[in-house]
Design a protein around this ligand. Structure first.
Ligand SMILES: Nc1ncnc2c1ncn2[C@@H]1O[C@H](COP(=O)(O)OP(=O)(O)OP(=O)(O)O)[C@@H](O)[C@H]1O
Ligand SMILES: [Mg+2]
Length: 270
């Protein structure tokens, strides 16, 4: 679906697509290990899907990539995550700047309860853009990139909460894109959307891949097959969530190396 409707029109948005590499990452909530010793490479200009049963640590792993895990009391992270040249777990780095470079989209669309325009202007102003013309230009450009401009250009000053779920999710994506992220993390971004909105978001992710590194958690195996270049399968046992295998998506689904992967992708476990 997404691949067939892919548009050849280049996006205006052209940041660096940086590689991210996770090495021996272990994440604990108190004494409980949620993710154990995971090493994964997220290739630039590609979509990596994270799949696995509920509770295997997908969200935990994803949120460690822009240190949202810092905000959870009792959460401890060890190991290394490199974003291009930067070791993100280094306590001296600028976390606000890290979160600009590594944007996050959540399962439930979470626009700010303010106008559509302000949703985009606010983060831009926080990152130092003050010029009114440049702000207006950037608002139009990012809304165009997510295919929302024609739908909302006459109602920019209305509340973002008046948009449909699919439109709100695209607005959240525009809000992240406005800051020129190098990596975009998405946690089940389509699970609360209707099928038409899902197709729109999938097309968008496939287009964004040209300029970005994308990591998407999904429960929808068909979605992983449609849009992901590579897929990582995680599984949890009493010792915590661990990586079972990470391969090109087609190889993982069609000829998995591990019997657990085969059982999961055919619906026999999980
Ligand atoms: N804030 C928290 N405090 C304590 N334990 C947590 C917290 N968040 C997650 N956990 C635990 O860590 C483990 C991994 O949870 P996580 O939410 O990362 O899994 P998931 O793979 O995203 O699951 P789902 O598919 O249901 O979203 C689970 O055992 C969960 O109960
Ligand atoms: Mg989750």
């Amino acid at each position: 679906m997404a691949n067939q409707t892919q548009t050849p029109v280049p996006l205006d948005f052209q940041p660096l697509a940086s590689p991210m590499a996770m090495e021996h990452v272990t994440i604990q909530y108190g004494n409980k290990v949620a993710v154990r010793d995971v090493s994964l490479l997220f290739a630039p200009k590609s979509i990596t899907a994270l799949i696995g049963p509920s509770g295997c640590g997908k969200t935990t792993l994803l949120t460690s990539l822009n240190r949202l895990t810092d905000l959870i009391p009792h959460c401890r992270v060890s190991g290394s995550v490199r974003l291009a040249e930067l070791e993100i777990f280094d306590q001296r780095i600028d976390v606000i700047e890290l979160r600009r470079r590594v944007g996050m989209i959540f399962q439930r669309p979470n626009p700010f309860p303010m106008s559509i325009r302000r949703n985009l202007e606010l983060p831009l102003r926080e990152h130092g853009l003050r010029d009114r013309h440049k702000l207006a230009e950037k608002v139009e450009r990012t809304l165009t990139e997510v295919g929302l401009w024609t739908e909302v250009k006459d109602r920019l000053d209305r509340s973002a909460l008046t948009l449909s779920g699919g439109q709100q999710q695209r607005l959240c994506l525009a809000r992240a894109l406005a800051l020129n992220p190098e990596v975009i993390l998405l946690d089940e971004p389509c699970s609360s959307l209707d099928p038409l909105s899902v197709a729109v978001i999938e097309d968008l992710l496939v287009r964004l891949r040209a300029n970005c590194t994308i990591v998407v958690v999904t429960h929808n195996l068909a979605q992983a097959r449609r849009i992901a270049d590579s897929t990582a399968f995680l599984w949890a046992d009493e010792a915590g969530g661990r990586l079972i295998e990470h391969r090109a998506t087609k190889a993982l689904f069609d000829s998995p190396r591990e019997s657990l992967t085969a059982a999961f992708v055919t619906g026999r476990v999980g």
